[in-house]
Every structure is written in structure tokens, then in C-alpha cells.
Design a protein around this ligand. Structure first.
Ligand code: ZN
Length: 207
């Protein structure tokens, strides 16, 4: 069910060294944790944290269960127009196609140092019942339009650190990796409890 944007995604490699930052260990921990929780089916999900020169993010097309230092990459710059997205990176792999989304959030919210995008299908399903802020309409994955819509919703919800991307996934943000990660776990737990209350026979998760 992969949607394409019709926009060309180009990567310019400025260095072949994988990012060297202590925090990558914790980023990898959260990649594996979300996989354990079933929140990253196939190669869904992209996780990043801010650096002095940009942000370090997971590669495109990599399952979070396979995340390791070599498939992380530092995005230094994202440039875009209607037909093309061009990213400048340090590393060996092509960054997530959602780099545009991450870049937009870091530009808008100076206090946010971590952005996790994953596919928590339970939260997506119950978004309205849980009264969570979320995007309207549906924008193609990895598109400028999706990044703009997320920024619009964040603009309306001042200090929100969690929002739903309609029919798609969620975005969790934090000042630290642990804050954004725990928020994902907490919201997943809340959704699971809500689902169980809503109908005991409705395919409860056994996580
Ligand atoms: Zn997604």
C-alpha cells in the first residue's frame, strides 16, 4: 500500500562515515523496542534526533529491527521544490524519505530534539476516541504536503508532543530520546486499555 509522491528524492553524500554520536545507542534501542511492540511493520518507522549540524535519522527501507550504527545517517540539509527533494548527508545510506517531515519539525520547534515516527495502528484506529491532535485529509508518505500538514497541526497545538497522522501512523517528540520513547509506550498502553474496555472479544493484543 505504498504511496509514491512523484517527487524525486536525491541524496548528496558529503562523507561516508556513519554518524559518530553517543546517543545513537539509545536511538537503536528504541528502534528495537518499537519493533518488539509491533509498532514498525515491515520497513515502517523512522527515528531521529537533533545534532549541532542537523539530525541523525534511520535509513530508508530498513526494518527497525535491523537498525544499527551503519544504517544511521546525519542529514545536514534538506532542500526542496515541487518536483525534487535534495538532502545533503554524512553517512553511507539514504536517509528516510520522511526526512522532510523531521526537518520541518526541528525548524518549527526549537525545544524538540527527538522525532519518532512509527505506525501504531491501534492508536491510529482510536485517535478520535482518545481525542488526540491529528492531521486532516491524507497526504502521500514522504511528501512536502505531509510535512506542511504536520506543521500546521503543530502550529495549532502549541506544545503538543504527540500527534496522529491520519490513517497512517503517529509522531512522538521530546527533548530527549527517553521522553519521546516513553510517550510512544504510554500512548500505546492507553490505546490498548481503551480497546480492551471497548470490547473484550475485539482481538485484544497480548503484549
Ligand atoms: Zn509512516
Amino acid at each position: 500500500m505504498r504511496q509514491t509522491t512523484g517527487v524525486r528524492f536525491e541524496t548528496a553524500f558529503l562523507s561516508n562515515n556513519p554518524p559518530d554520536d553517543e546517543r545513537t545507542k539509545r536511538l537503536i534501542y528504541w528502534c528495537h523496542r518499537f519493533d518488539e511492540l509491533g509498532l514498525a511493520p515491515k520497513s515502517a518507522g523512522n527515528l531521529s534526533f537533533r545534532t549541532k549540524t542537523g539530525f541523525i535519522i534511520t535509513a530508508t527501507g530498513i526494518a527497525l529491527s535491523d537498525a544499527e550504527k551503519e544504517n544511521l545517517v546525519e542529514v545536514l540539509k534538506v532542500e526542496m521544490n515541487e518536483t525534487q527533494i535534495r538532502v545533503r548527508v554524512k553517512g553511507r545510506v539514504v536517509p528516510s524519505k520522511e526526512s522532510v517531515l523531521h526537518s520541518g519539525i526541528y525548524a518549527l520547534r526549537p525545544e524538540i530534539n527527538v522525532v519518532f515516527h512509527i505506525h501504531d495502528e491501534l492508536v491510529v484506529e482510536l485517535a478520535d476516541k482518545l481525542n488526540l491532535p491529528g492531521t486532516e485529509g491524507e497526504q502521500p508518505r514522504g511528501s512536502h504536503e505531509l510535512a506542511q500538514e504536520v506543521n500546521r497541526v503543530l502550529g495549532l497545538n502549541g506544545d503538543a508532543k504527540y500527534l496522529v497522522v491520519r490513517n497512517h501512523g503517529i509522531i512522538s517528540m521530546g527533548e530527549t530520546l527517553e521522553e519521546a520513547g516513553k510517550l510512544v509506550e504510554d500512548m500505546h498502553k492507553i490505546a490498548r486499555n481503551r480497546k480492551q474496555k471497548g470490547g473484550r472479544n475485539e482481538g485484544n493484543s497480548s503484549l
